[in-house]
Design a protein around this ligand. Sequence first.
Ligand code: GTP
Length: 373
Amino acid sequence: MTSALILAGGFGTRLRPLTCTRPKPLFPLGNRPLSEILVQRLSEVVDRVVFAINYQAEKIMQYFGSGEKYGIEIKYAKEKRPLGTGGPIKHAQNLLDDSPFLVLNGDVISLIDFKDMLNFHKQRGDALGTIALYPVEDPSRYGAVELDDAYRILRFVEKPPPGEEPSNLINAGAYVLDPEVFDYIPENEPFSIERGVFPIFADQMKLYGYKYNDVWLDMGKPADYIQANKYVLDHFLKKTDSSINKGAFISSSAKIEEPVHINASIAIGKNVEIARETHIGPYVCIGDDVSIGQGCRIENSIIFPDVRIESFSSINNCIIGEAATLGRWVKIEGLTIIGDYCTIKDNVTLTSGVMICPWKTVSDSIITPQTVM
Ligand code: GTP
């Protein structure tokens, strides 16, 4: 058996205003959450996926259910408290098999060839760990590595200060680990795999790097989340998926500029209303039970379920959290995030990365980057 562990328990600090109603792994991307896209991709490689969960664990368990999905077994390792990026691996030991297994950050979208990566790891012979490595311009926010010609990682430096990066290759959040790793992780304690295990494996010359250089998006950041949505709308929606579900009532004078996904599943009584002369798209994902008034313009944005947008408002490059209400002539742009259940009053403009925490009412415009608590 081959298994994979998905780390799906983080709080997601930078997208926190959106986590009132759902954990980050269930954030919508096109017509389904990222974690489901991951499970589907893994189904070609593994027999079992284990979700390492804590924050709003029940919602993830409810979504994936017990049993199988895409022909593979789904299991859960629920932590009583967050155990970081390493603790969950030990916690899931009984659910993982005794051959090398995959560990994936649950908030990264990539096209890493997991099968090839597993083979790469096995072919090394002495490898205890293999980390997928991705080149970035500024590695200081990530874990960066120094690699030799035999793909051995000589040093692993977590969040190196600018100027002290060993290379521009960063940890892409996908690993193959040998079961020996369990001996290095304490039980039931918060523990970082990056700080507590990788440097030891590197010292033993048993940590390898698997270079990868295609799509890589870390959904933990608003810009990447919007980019990931765009990517999924372009590439991951199957041809057979209808991009506009039957429960959408769209005025004949509204304009839908594809790619757009409108999630109004009439089968479970959900609908979406889009009034006249409103322009939606490109790259918009709209959740169940959203209503949008007349003359609105929405592009390159993610609208969570139950949102109400009144007439003549515009949204560009933003994320609107569940059950938020936007008044008339509201303008929201520049990677602004509106938290779940917020109210934005008529005529308000919000630009430049403003972050509005859940349940807030905003009556005045804000045009400089800030968080409204
Ligand atoms: P950001 O600061 O927004 O990136 O928050 P984060 O919580 O996602 O942190 P980080 O990027 O370090 O997490 C890497 C991966 O590990 C992500 O997929 C997280 O969901 C996951 N993760 C982080 N902390 C925990 C934890 O305590 N338990 C579990 N099961 N997963 C975790």
